[in-house]
Write a protein that binds this ligand. Structure first.
Ligand code: 5GP
Ligand code: MG
Length: 194
């Protein structure tokens, strides 16, 4: 098997969470989430693009808990250009299934300033979803700009830029099976925020 691309830039990457550790954590998260599901069926709204790997694995962990998952996507971004959040949120891809009266689990890759999750939660509420719970793979509490917490959190991380397992830097590294810190020297000039 060819080595994955991290091995080409070993000095730039530090693995924070291995694939095996992520897998184990997702199984626990699925158990946690299953406790709050009443009729074995759950609509998951995943925020594009960063949560697609998380969604794929979590939905299979939930299936092992006998939870049937219906999936929809929301393309939303809180970043313009530059290294800090613009504070503006744009909808790039809207929902495609009706949520009125339905319990929804909102999924994102990482909770950073909180603007994306706040905006997405408000949108789901306006679309009539009821009992909205939130789940993020990573939480970066040091960067929070508004008071918001997720109901379910995979791992807490320090204020560093992370890639892999769906998370990108300029649309690269999403395929990595682990989550790694992108170290100084390779720090992003632009956060894509997707
Ligand atoms: P928030 O609105 O909470 O500031 O932004 C959340 C979004 O910012 C995440 O969905 C993600 O796309 C992006 N983001 C925040 N921190 C990181 C990071 O460390 N790495 C990557 N790849 N994206 C991040
Ligand atoms: Mg994102």
């Amino acid at each position: 098997m060819k080595p994955c691309s991290t091995t080409r830039r070993p000095d730039d990457m530090k693995i924070l969470f291995s694939a095996a550790r992520i897998r184990r954590r997702l199984d626990r998260l699925a158990e946690e989430i299953a406790h709050h599901v009443s009729n074995r069926e759950l609509i998951i709204v995943a925020i594009l693009k960063g949560s697609y790997v998380f969604l794929a694995d979590l939905s299979r962990s939930l299936a092992r808990q006998d939870i049937h998952v219906i999936v929809d996507f929301l393309g939303i971004s809180s970043y313009g250009s530059g290294t800090t959040s613009s504070g503006k949120v744009r909808i790039r891809h809207d929902l495609s299934i009706p949520l009125k009266g339905k319990p929804v689990l909102l999924l994102d890759d990482i909770l950073d300033t909180g603007l994306t999750l706040r905006h997405a939660t408000d949108l789901l509420r306006r679309r009539g979803a009821h009992n909205i719970r939130t789940c993020v793979l990573l939480d970066k509490p040091a960067r929070r700009r508004i008071p918001i917490e997720a109901d379910h959190v995979g791992f807490t991380v320090a204020d560093t830029f992370v890639v892999g397992y769906g998370l990108d830097y300029n649309n690269r590294y999403r395929h990595l099976p682990h989550i790694a810190e992108l170290r100084a020297g390779s720090k992003p000039a632009v956060r894509t925020g997707t």
